[in-house]
Write a protein that binds this ligand. Structure first.
Ligand code: ZN
Length: 248
């Protein structure tokens, strides 16, 4: 057993006993961890103020050597998640982010850049009355970090140039788009216009600051939402629970 220190986001909370909780964290240095917080439900517990879904905390925990739950010994609140006032969508998007981090990452598999990306999008949800572009950037980041980012540059059938089509067929099973030739032998429900693909290419290669300046039309937002929703459902083997709340 060893004492570990890191910063973490609360992505799931469950009661363990009358007085204790199991807290699942997405931490900066260790990836996902599940920790037992003894006495967390008591009013005067040392964790009381910190424990809230999507709160960011500095934590100390004792790592268990063989399976089982880690033991949380300290949790100091850094930021409590408070979505933009009056905007319920931003709250649901927060839940969706917690769901993705929980479902798509493994315990003790650190992704510090993904941790930072999650903090950026949660900050945006607190300060702004919109979420689409920030959420898209986060989703592309998590897909890239887990090695599941769709291929937007080349045909996923023949690896050749996509060619200039008005729109492209997207196939979540193969994680990409098809050229005109390959498209004829394939099936897929999602069609994405060329302008939207150009934006996705930019968002996946350029840095976040440049991406922030891109403007997305409602049509482009809808196409990207459909593409990402199909992709997440394919990877998870089910539709994300919060997906119905993200429809445009
Ligand atoms: Zn092809």
């Amino acid at each position: 057993m060893s004492n570990e220190k890191t910063e973490g986001l609360i992505i799931r909370l469950a009661d363990f006993s009358e007085s204790s909780k199991v807290i699942t964290w997405f931490t900066r240095d260790f990836g996902k961890i599940a920790s037992l917080a003894k006495g967390a439900k008591r009013l005067k517990s040392s964790f009381e103020a910190a424990i809230d879904l999507l709160a960011t905390c500095r934590i100390v925990f004792i790592r268990k050597s063989s399976g089982g739950l880690d033991l949380l010994t300290e949790a100091q609140l850094v930021n409590r998640f408070r979505p933009y006032p009056g905007n319920l969508s931003n709250l649901y998007v927060g839940y969706y982010i917690a769901e993705l981090l929980d479902a798509l990452t493994e315990e003790y598999d650190p992704h510090p850049e993904l941790f930072d990306a999650a903090c950026v999008v949660l900050q945006h949800l607190q300060e702004h009355d919109d979420y689409q572009k920030s959420l898209i950037i986060f989703e592309l980041t998590i897909l890239e970090e887990i090695g599941q980012l769709p291929q937007f540059q080349y045909c996923t059938g023949c690896s050749q140039e996509l060619g200039e089509l008005e729109s492209y067929l997207y196939d979540a099973n193969n994680g990409g788009l098809y050229c005109q030739h390959c498209e004829q032998q394939r099936h897929g429900k999602v069609r994405v216009s060329r302008g939207t693909i150009t934006i996705l290419q930019k968002l996946t290669v350029e840095n976040t600051l440049l991406s922030q300046r891109l403007n997305l039309s409602l049509q482009q937002q809808r196409e990207i939402r459909q593409l990402l929703s199909t992709t997440m459902s394919h990877i998870l083997g089910r539709r994300p629970k919060m997906a119905p709340y993200l429809q445009l």
